[in-house]
Design a protein around this ligand. Structure first.
Ligand SMILES: Cc1ncc(COP(=O)(O)O)c(C=O)c1O
Length: 427
């Protein structure tokens, strides 16, 4: 353990109450937060303000792909910040151009636009779809039920979950939802106004549900036939998480015709910056110049600092083969979760996911949870915190594991052992 668990700095007092008080008085209470105040991290571990250590199997909801305080990220940030943190997109900067080239190289002929978040990357794709259909009066985008596409006004309109829309009506027009993985439903839903379909490769917030290969290939054919754009939100499931650069590349591996598949637009964020805010979308070559000068912009989009960090992440992930690690160790973790589902069916219904995007569904009625009205996933996550592990709830019943791509085998072992310990205590 010595090499993976650095000594935490000395903790002089427990600041949790005072930090919570600062939030209660000063921070908009739009997040449901757990009773944890985190102070620092190292590798796959984070420490709270009392000095308690947690194995971080959530990595900031699929963001910290190299774990915490990775020296390569620190060095990239420090060195670039001595040269140039930000200049306007009125000018060219080399890191943005190089990062775009690296992304294009890994996906296919096209171009990139840089933003700051997943929602903003999706906004860009929505605008692309509007521009694409504009002259024919087409503006509608179909998205899937249970999808999640961000919290902006267009993002919540696009998201196929009522809970994000409630209280913010009327919704922005131009979005309709179709059942996920149902090609017939997609075909039937198309209207003369439809210009695009957007889906996640693996639904994340919706409960870790991968798209089927038939669905992806079928949507591609449908979009070609109806002259619509096929857009993929890879914000959570992309960027090596499933073991390939983007999740569709993993889903379609070995599938006849799969190697030729390309969406028309792909949004990215989260792991792209490893914790430094950056989002992006890639757009396929025939549509790459649709958003011409003056049509779209973002002050902080693609700063030299953000792009240098993102370039460093690509270099580390690929030189250390962390994509293969995510796939191998992800398979191992998934088989561990499947074993737990078999051993404790009264607590775990099933396990699912790809690579390091895994989920398990909790049983409907867990007696130990009956006395609280909090959803099972929240109560389970609280128990994992007590056991010293961070996991991420998805909806009311699903627990997600989204570990850093450089999680070590012994850390994966520790994670499964602690998950089993909590499950056993509920069985
Ligand atoms: C699939 C997907 N799209 C979009 C978003 C929004 O990203 P952001 O929170 O960076 O705006 C998320 C965030 O969880 C996501 O999972």
């Amino acid at each position: 353990m010595k090499d993976i668990v650095p000594t935490p700095p000395p903790i002089v007092r427990n600041d949790y109450e005072s930090i919570r008080d600062l939030f209660a008085k000063n921070v908009v209470p739009s997040y449901g937060r757990f009773d944890l105040a985190l102070s620092h991290g190292a590798g796959s571990y984070v420490f709270d303000v009392t000095g308690k250590r947690y194995l971080d199997l959530g990595s900031g909801i699929a963001v910290c792909c190299l774990g915490h305080a990775h020296p390569a990220i620190t060095e990239a940030l420090v060195e670039q910040s001595k040269k140039l943190i930000h200049v306007s997109n009125l000018y060219f900067t080399e890191p943005q151009g190089r990062l775009a080239a690296e992304i294009v190289k890994r996906i296919g002929a096209g171009k990139c636009f840089f933003a700051n978040s997943g929602a903003e990357a999706n906004e860009g794709l929505f605008k692309l779809a509007r521009k694409f259909g504009h002259d024919e009066g087409r503006f509608e985008i179909l998205t899937a039920t249970n999808s999640f596409h961000g919290r902006t006004m267009a993002g919540i309109a696009a998201t196929g979950q009522d809970k994000v829309k409630k209280g913010f009506e009327p919704m922005m027009p131009g979005f309709r939802h179709i059942p996920f993985n149902d090609l017939d439903a997609a075909r039937k839903a198309i209207s003369p106004a439809t210009s695009a379909i957007m889906i996640e490769g693996v639904q994340g917030e919706g409960g870790v549900t991968p798209a089927t290969p038939e669905y992806l290939i079928g949507l591609r054919q449908l979009c070609d036939e109806k002259k619509m754009l096929l857009l993929m939100d890879e914000v959570q499931c992309g960027y090596f998480r499933t073991g390939k650069f983007q999740s569709f590349q993993r889903i379609l591996e070995g599938v006849p015709g799969g190697e030729k598949f390309l969406p028309d637009g792909i949004s990215m964020a989260k792991s792209l910056g490893g914790g430094f805010p950056i989002g992006a979308f890639w757009v396929r070559a025939p549509f790459a110049d649709l958003l011409g000068p003056g049509t779209h912009a973002s002050t902080f989009g693609g700063t030299p600092l953000a792009c240098v960090v993102a370039l460093k992440i690509l270099e580390v992930v690929e030189s250390e083969k962390l994509d293969e690690q995510a796939r191998k160790l992800g398979d191992w973790l998934k088989s561990g979760l499947e074993r737990l589902a078999k051993t404790y069916p009264a607590v775990v219904k099933n396990a699912r996911g790809l690579g390091f995007m895994l989920g398990f569904e909790l049983a409907e009625k867990i007696p130990a949870f009956a006395s609280s009205d909090k959803p099972a996933a929240i109560q389970f996550t609280n128990r994992m915190h007590q056991a010293g592990v961070l996991v991420i709830p998805a909806g009311a019943q699903v627990i997600r594991l989204l570990p850093p791509l450089n999680l070590k085998p012994q850390e994966a072992g520790e994670g499964i052992a602690k998950i089993e310990q909590v499950i056993k205590s509920l069985a």
